[in-house]
Design a protein around this ligand. Structure first.
Ligand SMILES: *Cc1c(COP(=O)(O)O)cnc(C)c1O
Length: 485
């Protein structure tokens, strides 16, 4: 048995320090001369007193408790946890990109402006849109920006449109963004094939419809076959179509939202275009629009001038204004640019083909063991139902926990909300057949364990640092410091 690791506070011994500094040669000042006394500590902060090596081991140990795509397979549906080529990290760190300042004069950052301009055009071409803004910092931020553009568009025409329609399979950020942008949301049901129910859509649409928000393929991993008809219904009523392109892995180089009838699109560069994500780090959610919405785009817009140089255009009287400090998360945009240039149009198409192939392979191998929620051909992800686990007194959650013992990050569970005991798997294109097979074998072993030894599954995980957590209490009464005693 390995001994339990001592916590850093338990290692503390008075007088131990992790640094050596020369004597201070600045005169001492009474803290109360600088800071009002009621803001001063009455008692010295209790930091652990430890050697440098203890600090390093503490943080290294913590870092090993993390699971990331560089540790193993991470089939978290709707999150596109794919491998991000390390060369794009190098490129984003080039000093010419990483060390420039947003207040530098335009003539000294022509390369950066050209990169932004080219990336905008590439993303517009990829999505079938007329222009793109790179400012939004995340998918949800892009949604909100897009909805504010839609709002500005309707208002410029003197129309009061207050409602946004979303299907019940939509990502939770869709209704949240609509509400934040000041709209009321109407949720419409999916039909038995997981598609938008056209009758329900017709009944929900009216003179107050501002937009329909849709993901295609949907969060069920299904391509919405009636998209052209859906677009007609919305446009005829004077509404616009918003495309949640957070997961573009399935359609790059194959189908474009702009051609399907969408007016506004956001992309998640941190899912599809090679920025590591998952820990809440910076992202980018560029928004593309059709011509009629261009005047409202966030200010400033990077443009190419007649003499071939690049400049910021602030003269946009109808703009909704800035949505982000400066010009967006530049480092993320550099990674996306490098990713697109590396693959080229053919390569991006191949990315999507492989993402879809991998998902269909897994779905078909798992189909005899877990119920496939919507049989047929899926796109980049697919949804299983863990309903049959109930017969063994188990739930989808138990399978997810047991997968941890096999060294996998579990798939997304209990989303989308319209599938009972939902398990949503997205393998991505960057995994080998061996990895997919090993994960499938683990899933099959778990369903067999569930049948023959349900307690084994019910009490999992066994191999992780922390075992089953009381997730409800953790969310409602979080204990956020370690020195909790
Ligand atoms: C991830 C995701 C979002 C939200 O993106 P964030 O960058 O996390 O704000 C929106 N819609 C879908 C379908 C997603 O998968």
């Amino acid at each position: 048995m390995k001994p339990e690791k001592a916590l850093i506070f338990e290692l503390s011994k008075p007088g131990r320090i992790a640094y050596s500094l020369p004597e201070c040669d600045v005169p001492d000042v009474e803290p109360s001369e600088l800071i009002p006394s009621h803001l001063l500590r009455s008692k010295t902060a209790e930091f652990p007193e430890v050697y440098e090596v203890d600090v390093i081991r503490h943080y290294t140990e913590l870092s090993r408790r993390n699971f990331g795509i560089d540790n193993g397979f991470y089939p978290l549906g709707s999150c596109t946890m794919k491998y991000n080529p390390k060369i794009n990290e190098d490129v984003a760190r080039f000093s010419g990109f990483a060390k420039i300042h947003p207040y530098q004069p335009e003539e000294s950052i022509q390369g950066a402006l050209e990169l932004l301009y080219t990336l905008q055009n590439d993303l517009a071409a990829l999505t079938g849109m007329d222009q793109v803004t790179l400012q939004p910092a995340a998918g949800a931020h892009g949604e909100w920006t897009g909805l504010m553009l839609i709002r500005a568009y309707h208002e410029s025409r003197g129309e009061q449109r207050t409602k946004v329609i979303v299907p019940d399979s939509s990502h939770g950020t869709n209704p949240a963004s609509a509400t934040t942008a000041g709209f009321a949301t109407i949720t419409i049901p999916s039909n038995e094939r997981g598609m938008v129910d056209l009758d329900a859509l017709r009944a929900a649409v009216g003179a107050d419809t501002a937009a329909l928000m849709l993901t295609n393929p949907s969060t069920l991993g299904l391509f919405e076959e009636q998209i052209v008809e859906i677009a007609e219904i919305i446009h005829e009523a004077g509404g616009l179509l918003y495309y949640d392109g957070a997961n573009s892995n399935a359609i790059m180089g194959i189908a474009r939202p702009g051609d399907m009838g969408f007016d506004v699109v956001h992309l998640n560069l941190h899912k599809t275009m090679s920025t590591p994500h998952g820990g809440g780090g910076p992202g980018a959610g560029p928004v593309g629009v059709k011509n009629k919405l261009i005047p409202f785009l966030p200010r400033p817009v990077v443009c190419k001038q007649a003499d071939g140089t690049f400049a910021w255009d602030f003269d946009r009287p109808q703009s909704i204004g800035r949505v982000k400090a400066f010009y967006g998360n530049f480092g993320i945009l550099v990674r996306a640019y490098a990713y697109i240039r590396t693959y080229g149009p053919e390569g991006l198409r191949r990315v999507s083909e492989c993402a879809v192939l991998n998902a269909n392979y897994m779905m078909n191998r798992l189909a005899p063991y877990y119920e496939v929620a919507y049989p047929g051909v899926c796109k980049h992800e697919f949804v299983l139902s863990g309903k049959k686990l109930k017969a063994f007194g188990l739930r989808t959650l138990d399978v997810a926990k047991r997968l941890l013992d096999f060294g996998y990050h579990p798939p997304t569970i209990y989303f989308p909300l319209n599938v009972e005991e939902c398990i949503m798997i997205e393998p991505t294109e960057t995994e080998s057949k061996e990895t997919l097979d090993a994960f499938i074998d683990a899933m099959i072993q778990i369903i067999e364990e569930a049948e023959h030894d349900p307690d084994l599954v019910r009490n999992a995980p066994y191999t992780t640092v922390v075992k089953r957590l009381d997730e409800a209490t953790a969310a409602r009464k979080p204990v956020l410091n370690c020195n909790c005693g």
